[in-house]
Design a protein around this ligand. Structure first.
Ligand code: HEM
Length: 449
């Protein structure tokens, strides 16, 4: 494949004529290879169809999906209490999408019903959800809780770089961007680091639907769904064995903490702990991997940025926020919001039972959000104002640890590597399918500082 090492790598614009007409654009966002065109498609969506309909892809039979691409619309939907409840149980039974239903049935058959029901038992209301986050997540991965891991994250980043710094080149995804978050999340959960190769397989099964799933419902064929669920049952069993061990012999890690903590006047059940560990694992790994990859890509693309960050490390956090805004790892929301009653958005009638696909990556590049939204600027007034971690009560609980990893990684990379550049002839800058923005690989060369 040819090396497209130009200023326009990573999907910066293909010609606008390559974009389908706006009416079909919503569906096209999910087509094979569309990743390479997404940013250009967003401009057309903003101008011509800020609420774009995909016929027949709603949750209830006969309803449609709608792509929401404007910053303000997405922000207000994430904050609207009508969308706090995920799909109600009775509707879920009637909904046309079968795929995660099969998964849940298999979990129940295999004795993990408590884990499947944990959302209801741990956080059925907005108020309880807040307490769940504050008491169980924030001490470990929230903005302040994450700080306790600074030393561990710094050591893990340096250790990975030590392994290849003398080679003058690296395939960055497999040698840094993937193993760093994996080491961090495995350590925080308290799982043995030697289990990471097995955990990687579980992680791939966890994200399969968001990479290979079809359309805004991220559907997998039933047979794939069953095979995948079997791997995830193994993962549940693995976590169960960790919970058993830590109930007996608690250590200084998150799963041990969850076995001991009093929440709403009671101890957590094994299934509830498993549900939290499962979420930590799916949320914490691939997303941060994609962010770290985009940041390294930017450093290679823009040597001036690397120099600026080296000269003034206080700019690192502005760089990270701009990278997160421009290259949101979760370009589209997973699953899709269930519309609980008939409503209207921007004059478009949206019937009950429809699906809203929140296109975070498009909202981040909305001209109404900031001037010159396509540009990376280190002097933005509100650098963290983006949708990458979503907003409202269901926003990402792991943003503290992810930001910490990205800030430390960027600083360590520019401190230890000079002249970071693309390895000639080795990169094609293509992305995996699905709703996330994941480069398959990134071959870099550099000089050791
Ligand atoms: C760059 C890295 C990350 C990105 C871009 C990201 C993005 C997101 C987004 C967009 C959501 C959906 C919120 C919604 O639907 O409104 C979310 C939810 C979530 N994230 Fe993250 N995330 C990242 C890192 C992490 C990490 C490190 C963890 C765990 C340590 C994590 C755990 C979760 C969990 C558990 C949820 C579900 C929240 C809920 O429904 O209660 N994420 N994340």
């Amino acid at each position: 494949m040819t090396d497209r090492m130009t200023d326009t790598v990573n999907m910066e614009p293909a010609s606008i004529s390559a974009c389908p007409v706006a009416a079909d654009l919503g569906a096209e966002l999910f087509a094979a290879g569309s990743q390479e065109n997404w940013f250009e498609s967003y401009k057309v969506l903003h101008d011509e169809a800020p609420i774009a309909r995909i016929p027949g892809k709603g949750w209830l039979p006969g309803t449609d999906a709608f792509i929401v691409s404007k910053f303000e619309d997405i922000a207000s939907i994430t904050r609207d209490p009508r969308f706090f409840d995920l799909m109600p149980e009775d509707v879920s039974a009637a909904a046309s999408a079968g795929s995660s239903k099969i998964e849940n049935e298999i979990f129940r058959e295999e004795g993990f019903g408590e884990a499947a029901d944990a959302r209801q038992t741990l956080r059925p209301t907005v108020e309880q959800h807040k307490r769940y986050r504050m008491q169980l997540w924030d001490p470990w991965v929230g903005p302040e809780g994450a700080e306790q891991h600074r030393e561990m994250v710094t050591a893990a980043a340096n250790d990975l770089i030590d392994r290849w710094i003398d080679d003058g080149e690296v395939e960055f995804v497999t040698q840094f961007a993937a193993p760093l978050p994996q080491t961090v999340i495995t350590t925080i959960l308290g799982f043995p680091l030697q289990d990471m190769p097995t955990l990687k397989k579980y992680e791939e099964a966890q994200v399969r639907r968001f990479v290979f799933g079809d359309g805004p419902r991220n559907e997998l064929p039933d047979d794939v769904e069953r095979e995948n669920a079997a791997v995830l049952v193994d993962f549940h069993r693995y976590i169960q064995s960790q919970v058993d061990e830590k109930r007996q012999n608690p250590k200084e890690d998150m799963v041990s903490f969850l076995t001991q903590v009093e929440y709403e006047g009671r101890k957590l059940s094994d299934g509830e702990i498993i549900s939290i560990a499962v979420l930590m694992h799916i949320g914490g790994n691939e997303t941060t991997q994609y962010a770290l990859t985009s940041e390294a890509l930017l450093l290679a693309q823009r040597p001036d940025l690397a120099q600026e960050l080296r000269a003034d490390p206080s700019k690192t956090r502005f760089f990270v926020e701009e990278a997160l805004r421009l290259y949101a790892p979760t370009q589209g929301g997973a699953g899709g919001r269930y519309v609980p009653e008939d409503m209207e958005i921007r004059g478009v009638h949206i019937p009950k039972g429809s699906l809203l696909h929140l296109r975070f990556g498009a909202g981040n590049r909305d001209a109404d959000l900031c001037p010159a939204p396509e540009e990376l600027r280190l002097d933005r007034k509100n650098p963290g104002r983006h949708l990458t971690f979503s907003m409202g009560p269901r926003n990402c609980p792991g943003q503290g640890i992810s930001r910490l990893e990205q800030n430390i990684a960027t600083q360590v990379l520019v401190d230890r590597l000079d002249n970071i550049r693309f390895a000639p002839g080795k990169n094609d800058f293509t992305h995996q399918p699905g709703i996330m923005l994941g480069l398959y690989n990134l071959h870099l060369e550099f000089d050791k500082r």
